[in-house]
Design a binder for this molecule. Structure first.
Ligand code: SF4
Length: 495
């Protein structure tokens, strides 16, 4: 047996009758192996070569997994039958389980809390099992090798969401994207830009959003849709100047004719962008949820990560938000920031108890190539994958101490310790938009550059998606044709 840290493995899966290379590559990544798919040469591959072949055998295919470990020269093999008309996803599930069993013979693998699940939204799978009359907790453990703790967590979330989400396909969520921030966080992989400190740009931005919303209002009328939730996110929408932030919220609230009962969230992520004037604007236009994102309460980490605000500014912004009368506040935290260890993270979650947010969202660091951090990650110490689980327990303890329950979760690639991002909430304060967007059972209409429109097609799997370009000039110039494309996405469900 080889105790592995990070190994490269060449994956040969070309002969499979369905394209499942992506899911298999994701599984290897989860096992801390880097897949080198489809290569003829395995030079530089210190792990081994993994072959998957499938040959017709009567009404079934014989799936064969063969692993050759280059370091020891040993080889391992397992074969399994899959019927021709196996249900959706069964090929990938069987192939992943078979691969995993072969890898487990050859290497000491890390713990896989999510078993063979590699997707972003495990809740969708749990919901579909439930909808088809299955016991999702049991199926996740037995068929997908999910750890009992995670299966129970997912089961509880699905049950809660079933009580909270309305099954009305005419009720839609609206997302307004303001993909700009005051500075770029070191770990950020989102393609947001720096908010130009330029009146002309901010005016043009508001005008563009106004045109975009006008087109959406027409769609709402044509298809007889009603707005259930609005989320103004980014980036950092509050990085607009007070004047243009006021214009933007006015355009949104008045065009969509938002009434008091509609959930209306503004992501005011950076404490240094929150002012009394902007909070008054939010109150005036009916915003009822505000997100303030400390990420950490370590002064040093805030400085390292380029957040450009202090811990004191988090306290000040929170107090301003409460003084302005907001009753639902979310705070985001990240586990695994550069230079932080278990102790730093524990202290941050203890400090969080100084606040009394109604929502808490805990992210595990996901180090991606698009981030500034990626290329200089060697300059910092990071929490080990092993310590990530205990760090996560500090978050769970804080959520419990605050009286919150988990209500949505999602996963990303390259997440520390292969865990999940989890949203917690006090009962009655769950963010409708977060659940709708994450579980993909409701239509989300995206407005603004980089926004996404997602229309679920009713089979529990398929979505019609449309993305606005991130580049503002492209978005502005092609606006009319983009609006037509968005309408076509909605027409799939509503015509
Ligand atoms: S505030 Fe969020 S979106 Fe903006 S740079 Fe930081 S991580 Fe990225």
């Amino acid at each position: 047996m080889i105790l592995m840290d990070k190994l490269k493995i060449a994956l040969f899966a070309d002969e499979l009758p369905v394209a499942i290379n992506k899911t298999l590559t994701d599984l290897l990544l989860q096992c801390q192996m880097e897949a080198v798919p489809g290569t003829d040469s395995v030079n530089g591959c210190t792990g081994g070569e993994l072959y998957l072949t499938a040959s017709p055998a009567g009404r079934a295919f014989l799936l064969c997994v063969r692993l050759y470990v280059t370091a020891t020269g040993e080889s391992y093999q397992r074969e399994i039958n899959i019927v021709h008309d196996a249900p959706r996803g069964e090929w990938a599930r069987t192939a992943k389980i078979t691969i995993l069993s072969v890898l487990q013979q050859a290497f000491v693998l890390p713990e896989l809390p999510w078993g063979i699940l590699t997707g972003v939204r495990p809740g969708k799978l749990a919901y579909n099992i439930f909808k088809n009359g299955g016991n999702s907790e049991q199926v996740l453990v037995e068929k997908y090798l999910v750890a009992a703790k995670q299966a129970l967590l997912l089961n509880n979330i699905v049950n809660l969401q079933n009580r909270l989400l309305r099954n009305d396909k005419k009720e839609v969520a609206v997302y307004v994207s303001v993909p700009y921030c005051p500075s770029r966080c070191l770990y950020c992989s989102f393609p947001s830009g720096i908010m130009p400190d330029n009146q002309e740009f901010q005016q043009n931005f508001c005008t563009a959003i106004e045109d975009d919303i006008r087109s959406v209002v027409q769609l709402l009328s044509i298809y007889d849709l009603k707005v259930g939730s609005v989320y103004v996110g980014g980036g950092t929408p509050t990085s607009l100047s007070a004047l243009y932030f006021h214009k933007l919220l006015g355009i949104i609230a008045e065009s969509l004719k938002l009434t008091a009962g509609i959930e209306f969230t503004v992501e005011a992520g950076r404490p240094d962008t929150i002012t009394q004037e902007k909070l008054q604007t939010m109150s005036a236009f009916g915003v009822n949820r505000v997100t303030l994102n400390p990420q950490t309460f370590s002064e040093k980490t805030l400085s390292i990560t380029g957040r450009k605000h202090t811990v004191q500014q988090i306290y000040d912004a929170y107090n301003l938000i409460r003084k302005a009368g907001f009753k639902s506040v979310n705070m985001d935290m990240i586990i695994g920031l550069p230079g932080e260890n278990s102790q730093t993270i524990k202290q941050s979650f203890e400090k969080l108890l100084d606040f009394a947010p109604e929502n808490l969202t805990v992210h595990m660091l996901s180090l991606k190539k698009q981030s500034l951090l990626f290329n200089i990650s060697n300059s910092y110490d990071f929490l080990s994958a092993k310590d990530a689980a205990s760090a996560l327990s500090y978050a769970e303890d804080a959520a419990e101490a605050l009286g919150m329950n988990p209500y949505y979760l999602y996963r990303q690639h390259y997440m520390l310790g292969n865990h999940a991002n989890i949203g917690y909430s006090l009962p009655g304060h769950e963010c409708l938009y977060n659940m709708q967007m994450m579980e993909e059972r409701h239509t989300v209409i995206g407005i603004g550059p980089l926004s996404a429109t997602k229309v679920p097609l009713g089979d529990g799997h398929s979505l019609c998606k449309f993305h606005m370009p991130g580049n503002f000039a492209d978005y502005r110039q092609k606006a009319n044709s983009l609006f037509v494309k968005r309408q076509k996405a909605l027409a799939f469900l509503y015509e």
